[in-house]
Structures are given as C-alpha cells and as structure tokens.
Ligand binder design. Structure first.
Ligand code: KG4
Ligand code: ZN
Length: 346
C-alpha cells in the first residue's frame, strides 16, 4: 500500500510517498523559513502564495525521488487541519484535483494525528504498545494525548495559552534572535548555565509524584524572560544571553517531562511518545529518555528522528495508512478543511 502525503498547514510545503505506513520512499520538504524570517514570524498571506507556487513541483519531486508514477500509488492523504486556513486550502484543493484526475481515493488527516504517526515511521521498529501516552509539542500545540489504540484518543491536557514552540519563538524574538526560535535558542543554551537565572515552572505542582492538572501555560514564562531582560540596566552581553537561553530551555523541559511522567503513571501507559517540532530538541530527548529509564523502567520511550519531528508529509501518509484501515475515506466532493480541527476523543 503506497500513499502520497501532502502537507501545507503552516509554512512547509511537503509531499512524500510512504509504503505500508512506515517505509519512506520519498519525503520532500520545502521550508519557507527564509521568506518569513524578515517578519519575525509567519505571515499567512505570504505562506499561502509560496505553497501555491511550489506545491506541484514538490509533488513531482516526491514521485521522481521514489522512482514512481501516479499509477503506482493507492491513495492520496492531505492535512485538513488544524492550521492556517489559506495554507490548508492550497494543499486540500491540490489533493482534490489530483484525486479526481487520477481516480485515487482521498483521505483528510488531522495534522496532530500526523505528528503522532511520525513515531511509526522507519527507524522506530520497536512495537508500540497501547495505551501510549503522546506528548505533542510544536509551534502551535502542546498536548498530552492518551492513545488507547489506533485512532482512539483521549485528550489529557493542552496549553491554555502559548504552545511550547511558540514560547521558544517569542523568547528568541525578545532576545533579537531569528525565527524559528527553537533551534537557535537550544544552540545558544549549550554555552549557558541553566541554573544561573531563576525562572518559574508554570502550572507545576510541588508534589514530585502528582500533578493537579495536565494543562500547560508558557505565556508567563516568556514574560518572566522579558522581566529579566528589563532588570538589566545595560544591553545584555552574550554570557547573559547564553544563560537565559539555557535557563528558559530547562524551565520548559522540566514542565514537559514532569507532567508527561505523572500522566503516564496515572494512566498506566505502556509506551511514551514525544513528537512535534520541539521534540527535535536534543536536551528534551536526552532528559526524557533518562527520566523514563529511572522512574518508569521497562516503559518504551519513542521519538521520531529529529527531522521527522518537524512538519513533513511522510507523517501524513503514515497516519492515513492506519486511519483508513478503520475509518474509510473522504472524497474530492466532501473533504473539508477545518483550521481548528481537534483530535477526536473517543
Ligand atoms: O511541528 P512543527 O514543525 O510545526 C508546527 O506544527 O507548529 O514545529 C515548529 C516549532 C517551532 O516553534 C520551532 O521553534 C520549534 O518547533 N523547534 C524547536 C526545535 N526545533 C524546532 N524547539 C526547541 N528546540 C528545537 N531544537
Ligand atoms: Zn506540526
């Protein structure tokens, strides 16, 4: 079963061909970072135009890289939400046109479900046991989802304001660093002392074993960074920037890991998954693995390869493979985008 995946929900134009939900035959991602850098964040109108200009070229490259033709694929999968409305429209309308022209079944995929299924892609050959607890940490989302089986989810917690990746991006902006903030803040953090600047751990309980809520809040942490910057009389020198990056990164990671472990224990998870752009963070990956080994020995911890954590279309094709085994198809006549699509709890 070969599926063509298409992803345009935000600022990446991506197409991929995946076999049986795990083997990547091609995975092409065209990032618009350079376009948005000068604005310090994503401009929806600019993003949609760039998707429109490149989508057909990217799909064509995905076929060429895989050495395949449209007749060799079985289905087309496309992200239908959540995301920017004008960006989603480009991907969905392209997928609908191709579905009609090539007479291939069409599947609309939830972008967040895609992030989860990135864990099934090659490289992760170990068997994922259910229930699995998924930490999805990206630029738009911070969610703890209990996955009882394929396509069966329960939302346990989510962010009440800024997502973790958004907080990285906003802190980078405060420090005069470039967009996206995550990679650069984590790079500078390597040279800093994470205990040097005292920052809050928002919505974290004092009890080491329990959490009252699995919701997150990162807006206050960003404001705390702003206050530390304001407290300084002179322009911050590099040592201060390294220390603030390290202290901020550790504050985010402390919160993410403690809540994930407490939720995994409470819901008796057999696997812990972490995915989304922020799960590419080296310190988060290392600390999560180490903490699970110590506090929940025997529990499998899986994360996609760092480059599959950020947005791509292979994860959309992987999700479609498992999705259509249970739920069937959409059609070019009925598929609808939903910028606020949630993971269905059932
Ligand atoms: O999953 P993704 O590509 O797009 C969304 O669905 O939002 O995630 C992008 C987010 C950005 O906010 C970016 O700053 C963050 O992931 N990110 C990181 C790292 N790499 C990307 N955050 C922390 N550390 C990283 N190494
Ligand atoms: Zn994403």
């Amino acid at each position: 079963m070969r599926i063509l995946g298409i992803e345009t929900s935000c600022d990446e134009t991506a197409a991929a061909i995946v076999e049986n939900g795990k083997t990547i035959l091609s995975n092409i991602v065209s990032s618009q970072i350079k376009l948005h850098k000068k604005y310090g964040g994503i401009v929806p109108e600019v993003a949609a135009r760039a998707h429109l200009e490149s989508i057909i070229f990217i799909i064509d490259r995905a076929f060429k890289k895989a050495g395949l033709y449209p007749k060799n694929i079985d289905r087309i999968a496309v992200t239908r939400g959540p995301g920017l409305i004008s960006s989603l429209m480009i991907g969905c309308d392209t997928a609908k046109s191709l579905s009609l022209a090539w007479n291939k079944p069409l599947v609309g995929i939830n972008h967040l479900e895609g992030h989860i299924y990135a864990c099934w892609l090659k490289g992760n050959q170990k068997e994922i046991k259910f229930p699995a607890l998924c930490l999805i940490v990206s630029g738009g989302h911070t969610e703890l989802i209990l996955m009882k089986n394929h396509g069966k989810y329960k939302e346990i917690g989510s962010t009440r304001d800024d997502a973790a990746g958004e907080a990285f991006d906003k802190v980078a902006k405060l420090l005069g660093l470039k967009y996206p903030g995550g990679p650069i803040v984590s790079k500078l953090a390597e040279k800093g002392d994470p205990r040097k600047i005292d920052l809050p751990r928002p919505m974290l309980s004092q009890n080491p074993e329990r959490e009252e809520t699995y919701d997150f809040s990162f807006a206050g942490l960003k404001t705390a960074v702003l206050e530390k910057l304001r407290d300084r009389k002179s322009k911050p020198h590099w040592k201060f920037i390294y220390d603030i990056c390290a202290s901020f990164q550790l504050a985010v990671i402390d919160v993410l890991i403690k809540k994930t472990i407490c939720a995994a224990k409470e819901y008796k998870a057999k696997t812990i998954l972490a995915t989304g752009g922020v799960a590419a963070n080296k310190l988060l990956r290392k600390t999560l693995k180490k903490t699970i080994k110590k506090r929940m020995p025997g529990i499998l911890c899986l994360m996609p390869d760092a480059k599959l954590c950020t947005d791509n279309a292979a994860k959309i094709a992987a999700a479609a493979f498992f999705h259509t085994q249970k739920k069937g198809f959409d059609s070019w006549k009925t598929l609808e985008i939903n910028p606020n699509l949630k993971i269905k709890t059932n």
